[in-house]
Design a protein around this ligand. Sequence first.
Ligand SMILES: [Zn+2]
Ligand SMILES: [Zn+2]
Length: 723
Amino acid sequence: MPDLVVDIAVGISVHKTFHYRAPGEMQDLLLPGTRVLIPFGSRRVTGTVIGLLSGVASDGLKQVIEVLDDHLSPELLDLARWMSDYYLHPLGLTIETLLPKALGRAVPKMEKMLCLIAGADTAAPKGPKQAALLHLLKEQGETAVSALDGFSRSTIKSLQDAGLLEITERELSLVPVTEAGIRDKPPELMPEQAGAVAEIGASLFSGTFGVYLLHGVTGSGKTEVYLHSIALLSGTGRGAIVLVPEIALTPQLLGRFQRRFGDRVAVLHSGLTDRERADEYRRIRSGGVDVAVGARSAVFAPFAKLGLVIVDEEHENSYKQEEGLRYQARDVAVMRAKLQAAVAVLGSATPSLESFFNAAAGKYRLLRLSARVDHRPMPEVAVIDLKAQPAEGGYAPALQAAIRERTEKKEQTLLLLNRRGFSSVLICRDCGTAIRCPSCSVSLTFHKPEAKLKCHYCDHVTFAPDWCPSCSGINLKLLGTGTQKVEEELQRLFPAAVVVRMDSDSVKGRQAYETLLGQVDRGEVDILLGTQMVAKGHDFPGVTLVGVVDADIGLNLPDFRSAERTFQLITQAAGRAGRGDRPGQVMIQTMNPGHYAVRHSTTHDYEGFYEEEIQYRRELGYPPFRRLVKFEVRSAQEQIASDAARKAFNRMRTMIRGNDPAVLGPAPSPVARVRGRYRFQILLLSERRDLLRRVALEGKSVVEDEYGRACRVVVDVDPVNLM
Ligand SMILES: [Zn+2]
Ligand SMILES: [Zn+2]
């Protein structure tokens, strides 16, 4: 057989693929998506076959060393190609992101399963032990040997020899099944929920691609719509992917899926080891799973046949990966559904402007849930104007009174403050200098328990100085309000109340988070105080008062999405109130009661907010009207970063026609230095993706050619973080 020439994507930072020669006997093993070991320079690396070439001379090409027992499915290879092209990321590196790290190394763990052989006579007497085991298998169906209690191996063996039961092996799920075996009965749906499920179902059975935006107010039972829709896939052999924000992956949520779908649920979260992740991946690929629930990367769950992709809380920023391949999992989910003729459902109480815009334009179909389940009322929202009613120690008198009333009635209060730390800055009253991080251009935040200053952009930690590093003055003062300070003040105002703080300083890791949620659920906490962590997804049935301590914090950030984020945060936090039997109340403290983000959140009026916000985006030509690409140059030397950004900018300017794309900058990034690297950014805006792509890649190659390793270019397509 003649040699074959194959096109291979290698996991390196180069926007091209490479040709290799494969000996004739490998031909049957090589398909697009096959993983291979190849020589690359002086190394051996893993690559992925992306094409088989005919009529190309193999002379002088290096030879494929080995075909690996691993592959990327054709559907995922298509997805990787799209992502590589859309996010301007090399194909080989994109493929590496799609595959779990330990795949191809780990060997799956197997477990032994017992089941009755069809038609076996279980009634005939066989002694009490054997009869009991037969009875159990008849009741429970297939059962793991490890789950049996009190049956000896000889009992099992005798029944096997008698041809009454058989032993099979299956891959062991490493993710513990909570409350195994207990299945719940799906609840009766509200009319709007039932209508949504019916529409999604019609799409599922038509077998064509479609996207739904499920816009349901907080507490309207979106999860139940997901569960019912997934149940429609039962028996079709098509899988479902459910994406949830990492922080919402609680045992509470997973329990709901497992009680409905048993152990055919795979869970993919950041707490898994590489090996566990690879095992779950393989279990999905081998058809042992119907539903994969997970954070961002679960969008790559390798279902060969896919029916449904659900993105819960689709507006969440955490769906955007902020390093390496900077993909937006929500958008990848829609593309994944398209490539596999599946249905995508994006759910939120506060949809992203982009998604609602697509629904308004008819690209997505809009499904509304306008009422809460069980006819619970929406919480009543009051705005406290801090200009008229100053907040003493952070709390206006009206809010203090409301909290007092709750603690006396033994009801729970949830307070949102979107800023960590005791106090924002330590500032010198003599010269006005704020104590800053030595490697980032941000002020350090004071953390009281350790009396230390911490940088929230890098890991820098230091003791608070006794004098000003700039003028040596000793009048250092804490300015601003953080969660720790607000907690102290609360404790002073309500000495008898149990106050618990929840932010990324007090809650380290999944375990701590879940322990805390448990305390709140059991009513052991009177006041829960926290950052945006408390505003997300979790149900607190005992909470009847939600206070937003400072609604203005996010409004003044130099980011065109600041109003959208503020609206989302207030609305989501307000949505935590009154989810149990008692009605809820919400109080919002603000200096800007007239701001449309505040105003519309008080009436739970998403569409009112959307109308004003979309007007502003239209006028300025921001997304969703034009696409945005952030082009950032980073270097340890400020001059190099600045010069390189200027060179890229000048080249880009020569490429534009009629101000398209718009090229803004170059300017220091709002946080101009992080971890010792200076950052300059250029923003590109255009309706045309091909133009953005060409201009961004040209700018990148200009910088890379001239500066090599002295600089790094980060191209972020559809960025969510402009800081
Ligand atoms: Zn000073
Ligand atoms: Zn820092």
